[in-house]
Write a protein that binds this ligand. Structure first.
Ligand code: 763
Ligand code: MG
Length: 214
């Protein structure tokens, strides 16, 4: 049967990147998406903004919602301090299977815990399953209609502390209007929009960074 796009992306990484070199994995995926097939990775333009926020926060505890093929997982994990791990959540087992291989190819498997399942189930389990009290940094890149219910779930589960940083992808395209309205109008968040473009296109998109104020 015909291969899937994530499988073709993995082949491109294995062909064009250097094992254990995260930068080459990132470049190989971007090259594949620009020259062969578009895919919903955060991409190089928004990825650079992601890099700068992660570097600024220098988090000890990290959660990513929406692994897909592991592109942003690799971008984040390569910047973490030694001994710091990130938890990434993927709903689609086929995506997760490819992501595990791409993360391993980059040599970052020891910094990543990939969990399969829906955020609505995982978020309430995080404290007991992973011994985490609060997150320093959360990257939202999953179902766009789950951003708002999940940020409320983070609050209810006590997973945010003064200064926790949430960075949300796709707030313009496909768009997360209810989430934007909430974080921009809530007295509990300080929000800032980083304009960019939908990955590998000229379509407007951007990232919203929201700091929890307690
Ligand atoms: O849909 C997108 N991402 C989400 C994937 C499923 O995520 C499911 N998923 C992953 C963990 C997880 C945990 N709980 C529930 C669902 C959970 C997504 C879509 C586009 C896009 C933009 C324009 C188009 F014409 C077509 C697509 C771009 C992006 O950058 C995206 O991120
Ligand atoms: Mg996205």
């Amino acid at each position: 049967t015909r291969s899937t796009r994530p499988q073709r992306m993995l082949k491109a990484v294995q062909k064009n990147a250097t094992k254990g070199n995260p930068e080459s994995v990132i470049s190989a995926i971007d090259y594949f998406c620009k020259n062969s097939e578009w895919a919903m990775n955060v991409g190089d333009e928004k990825g650079s903004i992601l890099d700068s926020v992660v570097t600024e926060v220098n988090p000890s505890t990290v959660l990513e919602l929406g692994t897909y093929c592991g592109y942003s997982t690799v971008r984040i994990a390569r910047l973490l301090s030694p001994g710091t791990k990130l938890i990434t959540l993927e709903f689609n087992p086929a995506y997760a299977a490819v992501a595990r291989q791409i993360i391993a190819y980059a040599g970052l498997q020891d910094k990543v815990t990939l969990v399969e399942g829906p955020s609505s189930e995982l978020i309430p389990q995080i404290k007991e399953r992973f011994g985490i009290t609060t997150f320093d940094f959360i990257f939202l890149d999953h179902w766009k209609d789950r951003y708002l219910p999940d940020i409320k779930l983070f609050e209810e589960c006590g997973l945010l502390r003064k200064g926790s940083v949430l960075l949300a992808d796709n707030v313009i395209c496909p768009g997360t209007p209810e989430y934007l309205e909430y974080v921009r109008n809530s007295p509990h968040y300080e929000s800032r929009y980083y304009p960019a473009h939908l990955e590998y296109t000229k379509v407007e998109d951007g990232l919203e960074k929201s700091v929890f104020l307690g």
